[in-house]
Write a protein that binds this ligand. Structure first.
Ligand SMILES: [Zn+2]
Length: 195
């Protein structure tokens, strides 16, 4: 009689162990922690020959709640400006993987010009135009260096730069560029832009 009780006790113990195990297995796994999201807005310039300094220097500016800069520039910068305020939202992992460097795409009047090339062109324009304007167009072209860009765009880029040089000459004669600091001064912008 005693032996039957032992067998029953063992069976009950086994049942309990199996139940606990199956419950552990079926427990849904927690979704991976996504962490806090980073929201912001980036100014993406549109590269065109008559691009003003506001567009040139505000390109890539990121602002918003989680950024040091809380407010963006008032758009459009001027009559030619086609800058866009692109909202973004990333997880901290995405930010770690470089997402902040790839917000939107910089567009331009150069057909099919890739965004990365447009970004490089903006950098070169800033570097060259920070100095007094070269005396002639060919010196300006040489300073920008269209040969650094891929073949299919070089020709259109040269036409672009010659148009830009004409614009810069005209602007210089008309009293020089607008002071950059004017454009960077935060102004009261409508909160409608912050989606
Ligand atoms: Zn602009």
């Amino acid at each position: 009689m005693n032996q039957i009780w032992i067998v029953i006790a063992v069976l009950v113990a086994l049942l309990i162990i199996m139940r606990i195990r199956s419950r552990r297995k079926s427990k849904p796994r927690r979704p991976p922690a996504t962490g806090p999201r980073i929201h912001g807005i980036q100014v993406n310039a549109f590269v065109l020959p008559r691009m003003g300094d506001g567009c040139l220097y505000d390109n890539g500016v990121q602002y918003g709640k989680g950024f040091r800069r809380k407010e963006g520039p008032v758009l459009p910068h001027d009559a030619e400006c086609r800058c866009q305020a692109v909202p973004f939202s990333f997880t901290s992992t995405e930010v770690f993987n470089g997402a902040l460097r790839n917000v939107g795409n910089i567009q331009s009047t150069i057909p099919d010009f890739p965004g990365a090339a447009a970004a490089m062109l903006i950098d070169r324009l800033k570097a060259v135009e920070a100095h007094p304007l070269p005396e002639d167009e060919s010196a300006y072209l040489a300073a920008i260096g269209p040969s650094a860009f891929a073949d299919p765009y070089r020709h259109t880029l040269e036409a672009f730069l010659s148009e830009r040089y004409a614009y810069l000459r005209l602007r210089n004669r008309a009293g020089g560029p607008a002071r950059i600091s004017d454009n960077l001064t935060p102004t009261d912008m409508e909160s409608a832009e912050t989606t």
